[in-house]
Ligand binder design. Sequence first.
Ligand code: G3P
Length: 305
Amino acid sequence: MTRFLRPGKRQVKHMRPRELRTKIFLDGGNPFETWDIISRLGFLDGQTTNPTLISKNPDAAERLRRGERFSGDEVMAFYRHVVKEISGLIPEGSVSIEVYADRSTPAESMLAQARDMFGWIPNGHIKFPVNREGLKAAARAVKERMRVNMTLCFSQEQAAAVYAATAGARRGTVYVSPFVGRLDDRGVNGMDLIGNILTMYGAGDGHVQVLTASVRKLEHLLEAIRLGSDIVTAPYEVLKAWADGGMAMPGPDFRYPVENLAPIPYREIDIRRPWETYDIRHELTDKGMERFSADWNGLITKRAA
Ligand code: G3P
């Protein structure tokens, strides 16, 4: 299992910039990175994990290199162990834990996993995909007072459905995670979606917080801060680069390099309709679930998977 030093053994050089309103999360599945980033930044507001990131944890990767795999129970125990280590490093923060979901996973199964995972640590947010079953599960989870993070969001309409499905929840208990890098990969400006959702949510009660995800470069992080995203989660290399540059904030001269990405136009959407009435289909959500479930199943012996 993972061994790492405790924060405090390396001298903390920085502290949170005074004007920073956006919460900074690490996107990763290796507690050593959590420790390292805390020691570089002097703070960390939370962490997001997912099945792909857990499959890249060095202990998991080493096990696969030895030609060994996990049983279904072992892989859950491993995920739980990793999450507990991370949680212990940021007890005041939030740690997102993702349910297993492929195309055929029903809401009941996601909810059963969520109930178990939510008990792993005191500061968890449970990640459900923004598909029909995931939204159904989340609507029930918030009623049971679980904190949730709705992942694989690629459209304003999906974000509207998240708002509606979790109506009545307290602020801080619901996140929506739009994946900006994967939209960029398609030739559209993922950061536009962040701005559009923030504008749309401006008409609401603030119970859903926007968590910018699938961050690939420092400019994504800076633009998320400039736009006023509630939270941004970034991989180790991006947070390290930000720390190495003295945690520079986007000043009045900062211009996000749109390059040749096509704009995503804003749409007028009423966020107070029944959540089932929104068109939440998106090919990238389906593809994202396929990839997460394949990476997870890759850790498990064929018979157990
Ligand atoms: O925050 C979500 C992230 O882990 C996915 O990132 O780079 O695979 O699109 P990416």
